[in-house]
Design a protein around this ligand. Structure first.
Ligand code: GLN
Length: 308
């Protein structure tokens, strides 16, 4: 067994015995029924090796991790024009907060808070049918993961549509400020479905590898995005990827990463590969409790922090 495999197995075993496993999100009924005992991890190295531990093959809702892929897609389609609609600064507030949006005239702080991701979903929608845009996003994620099995869980999409009152408020506020081109329910149709995509840790880690390799999938050699843009997506993941917990995460882990309320975190290790962790219990910032601890442990033991 390599050192990395031993470390990953160790971490998975350690996580099984953790007592404080965080809390399930209660505002999306379909996610409130998660199983706190689960923990999975997959490390996909750029040489093609994949090292796994725990429940690495169990699918979960990727939720806000999808925002990394829609940002990539929108940069490819619209280039820097996208930055007229969303900013590049950490928000320092909760992922679904509306407060800053009013102060800052409907320009969301960054593409990873909900308001920013809804604006990106609206840009991708252009004037197409939501169904087509949802299909394009799914196609893109299947392509970067090199896996045609990835799908959307319609139960989760419906559950969030029924209770997503804050997201409706954000979309309406964006519309009121002229930062939404489509009707709020159409932009949200795209957003809720991208969040309801389900993947396991292995699929997710593979899908994130292009960000660790200058925008090119290191295994298929498919160019996904320019290296300058991959670098910038990583910068935003580091500064904004864990919402108001991004500073603490940079301090503890020191790697670009994006979390989702489904309990997943996708983490990029530049020039090495990508890591996906999953455990459905969340900390007070809405990021996976065990996932964050596991990444801190892994980055520390492997000396992977971008800060040396
Ligand atoms: N779909 C979730 C929401 O809109 C995504 C939030 C998250 O994963 N942090 O609330």
């Amino acid at each position: 067994m390599t050192d990395l495999a031993a470390t990953v197995h160790d971490i998975a075993r350690q996580m099984q015995h953790c007592e404080d496993r965080g809390r399930l999100p209660d505002y999306i009924p379909a996610l409130a029924a998660g199983d706190l005992s689960k923990f999975g991890i997959a490390v996909a190295l750029n040489d093609g090796t994949v090292v796994t531990g725990g429940d690495s093959e169990v699918r979960f809702s990727i939720q806000s991790i999808s925002k990394v892929f829609t940002l990539t897609l929108s940069l490819g389609l619209f280039g820097d024009a996208i930055w007229r609609r969303v900013g590049k600064e950490p928000s320092g507030s909760a992922f679904n907060s509306i407060v800053q949006l009013e102060y800052e005239n409907g320009i969301p702080r960054n593409p990873f808070i909900n308001a920013g991701a809804i604006a990106i979903a609206d840009a991708l929608l252009a004037s197409h049918e939501p169904r087509e845009t949802i299909g394009e996003i799914l196609h893109f994620i299947r392509m970067v993961a090199n896996d045609e099995e990835i799908a959307i869980d319609p139960v989760i999409a419906r559950s969030e549509t029924a209770t997503g009152f804050k997201n409706f408020a954000l979309a309406n506020y964006l519309a009121a400020c002229g930062n939404l081109r489509n009707a709020p329910e159409r932009a949200l149709g795209v957003y809720f479905h991208q969040c309801a995509i389900t993947m396991n840790c292995v699929q997710l880690a593979r899908a994130g590898r292009y960000l660790s390799n200058g925008g090119v999938d290191p295994v298929t050699l498919r160019p996904i995005i320019s290296s300058a843009r991959a670098r910038r997506i990583n910068a935003l993941m580091l500064t904004c990827g864990q919402y108001d917990g991004s500073g603490e995460f940079a301090f503890r882990v020191g790697l670009p990463a994006k979390s989702g309320v489904g309990g997943g975190i996708l983490c990029v290790v530049p020039h090495v590969g990508a890591v996906a962790v999953w455990s459905p219990g969340l900390n007070e910032r809405g990021n996976s409790q065990l996932g964050s601890i596991a990444l801190e442990e892994l980055a520390t033991r492997q000396r992977w922090s971008v800060f040396g």
